[in-house]
Write a protein that binds this ligand. Structure first.
Ligand code: IPE
Ligand code: IPE
Ligand code: MG
Length: 246
């Protein structure tokens, strides 16, 4: 069964909380890291499918600042996977630009360097931008934005009265992209876990039980279909929105 999609209403920006790798592996009697490896395959599938569908931004929650508290061996395995999975070839083949957001200074130097290189090598690709949130915390992102704005006020380049939503947008790590239209969380939990708090103010939310390694093209289409079945009202009435759509 292929979900019918309206190709004129594909979300421009999809953000995903890729959850459930560990449980997927445990259910198979394997180590959690086996699940993370399988998760990389799911990233490849979903990235390709998003480029085929014409999605412009795909933001993937890969590692939170809270995830630094996991056992050392799991953290090390995840860092190793980031290093080994960042292959230029895959980005080039799909014409995908790679960007990373997060508290990158906490990452091992080799990982930081690989991230920088991949960003540079893919800078001219323009089919889609894949954004990886790594060592990411939305609250920290907002704190850093506030610090930058406070410094600019102190330096006299920004006035408190002129600060508006756009100013805040411009000081966040995500300043280069629009807010997500659709946020998907796999793995059954119904929470946000410190992801893009400011940016998802008006995103459509979609939660599914499927563990991330099992999340495939059909599941993605189902999520987009759900998105397309909703009316985004942005505070207006149903009738107002229908009138505007004519
Ligand atoms: C998501 O899967 C990936 C990361 C957080 C790195 P989990 O590792 O959280 O998997 P579960 O939730 O334990 O199943
Ligand atoms: C959220 O998953 C972070 C990522 C998917 C990278 P977690 O598994 O860490 O979230 P919690 O701890 O269950 O909220
Ligand atoms: Mg989890």
């Amino acid at each position: 069964m292929t979900a019918e999609l309206d190709m004129t209403r594909i979300p421009q920006h999809i953000a995903i909380i890729m959850d459930g790798n560990g449980r997927w592996a445990m259910e198979r009697g394997k180590e959690r890291t086996y699940g993370h490896q399988a998760g990389v395959e799911a990233v490849r599938r979903i990235t390709s499918e998003c480029t085929r569908l014409g999605v412009k931004y795909l933001t993937l929650y890969t590692f939170s600042t809270e995830n630094w508290n996991r056992p050392d061996d799991e953290v090390a395995a995840l860092m190793g996977l980031v290093l080994s999975s960042l292959e230029d070839e895959i980005f080039m083949k799909n014409n995908v630009r790679f960007r990373v957001i997060g508290d990158l200074g906490r990452l091992p130097e080799a990982v930081q360097q690989k991230l920088r290189e991949t960003e540079e090598h893919t800078a001219k690709n323009d089919a889609m931008t894949m954004v990886v949130a790594l060592s990411y915390s939305s609250k920290l992102e907002i704190v850093r934005a506030m610090q930058k704005m406070a410094q600019e006020v102190k330096d006299g380049t920004l006035t408190p009265e002129s600060i508006d939503e756009k100013t805040v947008d411009e000081h966040l790590w995500t300043s280069f992209m629009p807010d997500p239209d659709l946020l998907i969380r796999t793995g059954g939990e119904v929470r946000i876990s410190n992801y893009l708090l400011w940016q998802i103010a008006y995103s459509e939310l979609y939660f599914c039980d499927t563990y991330w390694p099992d999340f495939g093209e059909q599941e993605l289409r189902k999520a987009i279909q759900s998105f397309q079945s909703r009316q985004r009202r942005f505070g207006k009435t149903e009738a107002q929105v229908e009138e505007e759509e004519k």
